[in-house]
Design a protein around this ligand. Sequence first.
Ligand code: ME8
Length: 529
Amino acid sequence: MAGSTPQPRRYYLTTPIYYVNDSPHIGHAYTTLACDVLARFKRLDGYDVFFLTGTDEHGQKVEKAAQAAGLEPQAFTDKVSQNFRDLAKFMNYSNDQFIRTTEPRHIEASQAIWRAMAATKSPKGRDNIYLGKYAGWYAVRDEAFYGEGELKDGPGGKKFAPSGAEVEWVEEPSYFFRLSDWQETLLEFYRAQPDFIAPETRRNEVVSFVSSGLTDLSISRTTFKWGVPVPGDPAHIMYVWVDALTNYITAVGYPDENSPNFKKYWPANLHMVGKDILRFHAVYWPAFLMAAKLAVQKRVFAHGWWTNEGQKISKSLGNVIDPFDLVKRYGLDQVRYFLLREVPFGNDGDFSHRTIVTRINSELANDLGNLAQRALSMINRNCAAKVPQPGTLSDEDTKLLDQAYGLLAALRVTFDNQAFHEALETVWRVVRAANGYVDHQAPWGLRKTDPARMATVLYVLAETIRHIATVLQPFMPDAAGRMLDQLGVPADKRSFALLGPAGAVAPGTTLPAPQGVFPRYVEAAEGAA
Ligand code: ME8
């Protein structure tokens, strides 16, 4: 339409909201990091992004943790939730909102979705919510119900869920959600949207779980108080997952479906979750949303779990990895890089000192750091610290530049698949090609024999590094920003719209003195403190 400005494309992505029973650990840092990198990528690519994270503050697990700490639940959650906000700042996450499920707007939204579900019929024409009695197993640690057949026997007659969490027998009046009537609708939904659950192996697990039959879900509790009261029956509080999942719509203005943010951002493009909580996001949540006559999110990606030097991370083993300590030891952008580079996103990964040091020294310090340092110091010394004027480009020059120009299209695909490790590998192919180019062109030898050619080579390198640094901003915002500073790229000229020849570094631009961006990790001398 003549005269109309195209609206920016929208992208809404969420992390799980974290239980506030404990301090943040590497698993929490990981999920939010993946979302942060994706949010930054989409913003640089011109999207209007809404990136949500927050804390999950109700339920028996949090209530018990508060009791153990000798605090009222509200005071306890205020305190622990703040640790997660501190982590977000410390890790340089760019979340647009931090939601807490104890906020009044969230209580209102949770009660509204409950009423909406209660007002509708299931696909088989029955009430979606009905009152009954729950008698079965519950694991407080997982805040999840388990069937007898899923459990394993442990010492002392105790029973354990597949996750390793101890279960207890619960018998109480409860409202139920008529999940069993939603089986066919869900299966049809998965068939119609093959990208809804990723990775594919996880999708297959969900489809086979739903195909094997669904039982109705207990969605209220009466034996403790720390939760959102069920509308019209305050003796019951909502099952914590009903309230927790609702955070994704509270944050964009539900129950006001006409609020600007709800209209703009819902349905979310992506819920990022760990593999342990996929069922809640890919089975229960779509069913709740359909029952409430709301649109279903577009995609759920389930990532894997981290172990520490080969062992499961647990408080009782004393091997919990504290992200604050990790960053103090290795550096923030180094940790951000490592976590997304080491493991194909979706798989489990093992953290070890040796592997992070190898990545830092060989890929950041050697491959990328040396590339930038070599090119920039030659420009500094041999071109009076100004971006050189290139002459006619050779085939080799064009080949390298074309690889740099091709980065964005390749990265868009990897980002839409949440293949962060592949995105980094794609960038490193260009880093390695650029290092090969420097070795082959040997610009240091051209200084005396052919200074015009030297200028061209250094220009091609500066342009290639500009592309590399620009696309690395989502992963390592600080280090990539410093590289762009050193290339004289102004802060407002760093978006992806300026990739390619249109945004080329201007010959003659004065550059600051180059400084190494990625120091090598050096082991402290033996016996040193
Ligand atoms: O599940 N490696 O919260 P949570 C990787 N409140 N990821 C890990 C991990 C590890 N070792 N340990 C945990 C909850 N995680 C709910 C979510 S959403 C509406 C409610 C991940 O604090 C885990 O997979 O127990 C999950 O995605 C996230 O940390 C939060 O776990």
